[in-house]
Design a protein around this ligand. Structure first.
Ligand SMILES: [Zn+2]
Length: 303
């Protein structure tokens, strides 16, 4: 009996020890993951908005800010826990970058909670594209009959998209999914919500609309049929030019393409799983001096 009791105590001690070790190590591991992810987000944002994000500032141990051209500061993570709706209305940069946009083909509607790029940090978009209707409209130019912002290469990207569409149309039927386009720049709020639409900044375009295209109009099964037929060449053309596709959102918007270089860059560079021995920037082109300089800046500022 005595020996049995001794072993029982030994096992209890061992278990308690394992638990303390796990409790001590888990936060350290997840903090490491948090910092890796923060650096990746900052890199993608700086690469995506090179004229508008000029520096990074770290205040105390845990507050990191992006410094914008106007001198405004944007906090990376305000540590406020928000639900989906609150993130959409008032998310921070960490919320916006959190879900990684899938660069691979999808064959069905995504889960309702998966909406990479649907969260937008409005102070960033106001800095880049204008903070009033008048300011935004000054930067709008027309690509065909689609109004798009000249800022940050948005309208240039759309011109490239149409060039590529015209080329691919010679051998495929993708034009049937594009024309007539259903609107680009439009200073309006998201249907039924109090926040501005991406169309209000001149960075989104709706292609030819089908009744299956929008989550408020159709059932996921109907949208899945439409997604599975949607031409891959068309999605590839947009993604190659830094547009995300609303067809990859749980709140699907299949006609909608939006110029979001930061979301595409994160999907392209950091969509694969991370191995503990890798550098945090594994996946990027290490021969590109511009990128390597930014990596150095981020490492220096976040020490
Ligand atoms: Zn749209």
């Amino acid at each position: 009996m005595k020996i049995k009791k001794f072993f029982k105590i030994l096992v209890c001690l061992l278990l308690a020890n394992i638990q303390t070790v796990t409790a001590l190590e888990k936060p350290r591991e997840s903090m490491n993951g948090y910092f890796i992810n923060m650096k990746r987000d900052l890199l993608c944002l700086m690469l995506a908005y090179p004229e508008y994000i000029v520096d990074i500032e770290k205040v105390n141990a845990d507050k990191v800010y992006l410094i914008l051209k106007s001198g405004k500061k944007l906090i990376y993570d305000d540590k406020i826990v928000r639900n989906e709706e609150e993130k959409l209305n008032n998310g921070d940069l960490q919320d916006m970058m959190e879900q990684i946009y899938p660069m691979d083909r999808i064959d069905s509607v995504q889960p309702k909670s998966f909406n990479p790029g649907r969260i937008r940090v409005y102070p960033l978009f106001s800095e880049v594209y204008g903070n009033s209707q008048t300011q935004i409209e000054k930067q709008i130019e027309y690509v065909g009959n689609n109004g798009f912002s000249k800022n940050n290469g948005a309208s240039l990207a759309l011109k490239n998209v149409f060039k590529e569409i015209n080329e691919v149309s010679k051998t495929t039927n993708i034009a049937a999914y594009v024309y007539p386009t259903c609107g680009a720049y439009n200073y309006r709020y998201v249907r039924g919500a109090g926040r501005l639409s991406a169309h209000a900044f001149g960075i989104a375009i709706d292609l030819k609309t089908n009744s299956a295209d929008y989550w408020k109009w159709s059932k996921p099964e109907t949208a899945t049929k439409r997604i599975s037929k949607y031409p891959q060449e068309l999605i590839d053309i947009f993604e190659r030019n830094n547009f995300i596709w609303g067809g990859k959102w749980g709140y699907f918007d299949i006609m909608h393409f939006e110029y979001r270089p930061e979301i595409i860059l994160k999907g392209k560079y950091f969509g694969k799983s991370f191995n503990g021995d890798d550098t945090w920037y594994k996946g990027i082109d290490e021969k590109d001096d511009k990128i390597m300089n930014l990596i150095k800046l981020i490492d220096d500022k976040l020490q």
